[in-house]
Write a protein that binds this ligand. Structure first.
Ligand code: CA
Length: 582
């Protein structure tokens, strides 16, 4: 037993309140090193009659470690605990004091989750884990009202540049909601819609006004109502890290310098506001002098931005916020933001834009989830970059599952591209068969899938601005096969509880191999997925386990002698099976 590999700490992702009176405990051990882990748990004031030994389940593995978990529901909300770790020959107990071969005699010196306060329970909105998201860049989705087009608008379908306009608007989205409903999406994330000079609107001028080129505040309400009528929820983009240069308080600072009443609204290093040797004398997004960073520690700024967050929920009925550059804004602000948003709409979804490990924001007091770029990278490394073999891919996915509290992982925003990355089909070199495999994993992994507009009909494009092309609405120019695949994929996920919330289990992930198989398990309901990530056929044995397995697409029964399925897969082929009782 390698004691050095064993890790547990109270709170964080190692001990999180997952429901009324219930804490999920986790512990890490060296991979394939120990046979069995259990947790001795009870109430420290009533140890003798409350302490129980509960089994823990290995729920994830990465290259170095196994991760075990167990839900624990102490009788009086107070919890203290110790771990029992067993390998072939020995058993070891882990408490706050370290390792010992002896079972703790009482509750002294155990780990503690002192009290499960109801408001500390991490409870993301229940609807999110069942959702299928669709991301819309409003300037490029559809032009439903030529009368509001910006000056110099270019013909729909032209080449995007950093600064040109094509006239997309909110009416265009309303006009195509039936398309989205038929596709099966249940939530839309809009990049910014508030008044701003640029085509992307990340340089806000007026946070309380829909951009006139997109429509009016009334039009946004109409759009949200029309979405809700179709069972589609709406997420808007909160650009609260920075304003735009034309934002009136910043204009006031430009004009009046440090005498401006808004002087403390921004982080100014040196007055007057200027740019020296390419570096602004005030804090900005990156070094972009038209995006001045807000001083979110200023109470007036807080009041203003929290007012904006509240306004659009109350006025337009939106269902949540995506938070731009969320990790550069202070934690105190985000805690206030959460309190404000949840007080107006308890089931609003708060989604942070963080590209890296985001555990500090995922404790239940700030965000519900983050844009899961580590998932994106893992999928691209396996399918596109091909720097991972099946085992490496499984290890990366396992690590993701262990990174955050379970409640956050279940609602992680799993995307394979966005307005900030090259498009998936372009990354796949135009190979739609390969793209389908990546999307299949996206829709059958833990977390919430999001389609970047147009990916489903084969839109291509490299880095920004290439990835911001106009949506193609001519059926003759859409990839209808791909669209049919996405419809099937969405219906598959929406029809299967196990694919949304089931436990993830790796079935086959061999070193040097490009066949990867896994299962999603929710009680009796089980699905198994295998992908052949290579340009040649493969024969593989998949340990599905005993039972009656049926191919989801052909409805053909599968032979599993001894629980093993022998499968022949086409180049870039895949199978999805489900298990039925009996
Ligand atoms: Ca328009």
């Amino acid at each position: 037993m390698l004691l050095e590999a064993i890790e547990h700490r109270p709170k964080g992702n190692w001990a999180s309140a997952i429901g009324p009176g219930t804490v999920e405990l986790r512990i890490r051990t060296k991979r394939d090193d120990v046979r069995d882990v259990s947790v001795l748990a009870g109430d420290k004031y009533a140890w003798d009659r409350t302490s129980v030994l509960l089994p823990m389940r290995k729920f994830a593995s990465d290259a170095l470690f196994d991760y075990w978990r167990a839900p624990v529901t102490p009788p009086y909300r107070r919890l203290c605990y110790a771990f029992r770790i067993v390998d072939g020959e020995s058993e070891m107990w882990l408490t706050e004091r370290g390792f010992s071969p002896d079972k703790p005699a009482g509750p002294q010196h155990l780990f503690e989750y002192p009290y499960i306060n109801p408001c500390d329970i991490f409870e993301p909105p229940a609807w999110v884990k069942d959702a299928v998201f669709y991301q819309i860049f409003p300037e490029r989705f559809a032009n439903g009202d030529p009368s509001n087009d910006p000056e110099g608008v270019e013909p729909w379908g032209g080449e995007p540049t950093p600064s040109n306009f094509f006239g997309g608007d909110l009416q265009g989205v309303i006009d195509h909601l039936d398309y989205l409903a038929e596709l099966g999406v249940t939530a839309i994330y809009f990049t910014p819609v508030f008044e701003a000079p640029s085509n992307h609107k990340y340089d806000t001028r007026d946070y309380l006004k829909v951009d006139p080129h997109f429509g009016t505040n009334e039009k946004l309400k109409e759009l949200v109502d029309a979405c809700h009528a179709r069972g589609i929820r709406v997420l808007l983009d909160a650009v609260f890290n920075h304003a735009g240069r034309t934002f009136p308080p910043f204009q006031d600072c430009l004009e009046k310098g440090e005498k401006s009443r808004y002087a403390d609204w921004f982080h100014v290093r040196e007055w007057p506001l200027s740019v020296k040797d390419g570096i602004p004398t005030f804090e900005t997004f990156a070094f972009t002098d038209h995006m001045p960073k807000f001083n979110t520690e200023n109470p007036e700024v807080q009041e203003y931005l929290l007012g904006v967050a509240r306004y659009w929920i109350e006025e337009a009925g939106i269902d949540g916020w995506r938070l731009d550059v969320a990790n550069e804004v202070d934690h105190k602000f985000w805690r206030k933001f959460r309190d404000t948003v949840k007080s107006v709409k308890p089931d609003a979804y708060i989604l942070g834009e963080i590209w890296h490990d985001a555990l500090p924001w995922l404790q239940g007091d700030q965000f519900d989830a983050v844009m899961n770029y580590p998932f994106t990278t893992a999928v691209l490394d396996f399918f596109v970059e091909r720097t991972l073999d099946a085992k490496g891919f499984a290890d990366r996915l396992g690590r993701l599952l262990a990174s955050y509290p379970t409640r956050a992982t279940e609602v992680a925003f799993n995307l394979l591209g966005s307005h900030d990355t090259p498009r998936l089909l372009t990354r796949c070199g135009g190979n739609t068969a390969l793209m389908k495999l990546a999307a299949l994993v996206q829709f059958t992994f833990v977390g919430v899938p999001c389609i970047y507009y147009g990916d489903e009909i084969g839109l291509t494009g490299g880095h920004d601005p290439g990835c911001r092309k106009c949506m193609e609405w001519d059926p003759a120019r859409q990839n209808r096969d791909l669209l049919g695949f996405y419809r099937w994929l969405i219906a598959l996920r929406r029809g299967a509880e196990a694919l949304r919330t089931g436990e993830f289990r790796v079935l086959r992930a061999e070193p040097g191999d490009r066949v990867f198989a896994y299962a999603r398990v929710a009680g009796e309901e089980q699905y198994a997925i295998v992908v052949n990530n290579q340009d040649r056929p493969a024969s593989a044995q998949i340990p599905l386990g005993e039972g009656k397995w049926t191919d989801v697409r052909t409805r053909e029964a599968l032979d599993v002698p001894g629980g093993l399925a022998d499968v022949d897969l086409e180049p870039f082929g895949f199978r999805v099976w489900y298990k039925t009782a009996g």
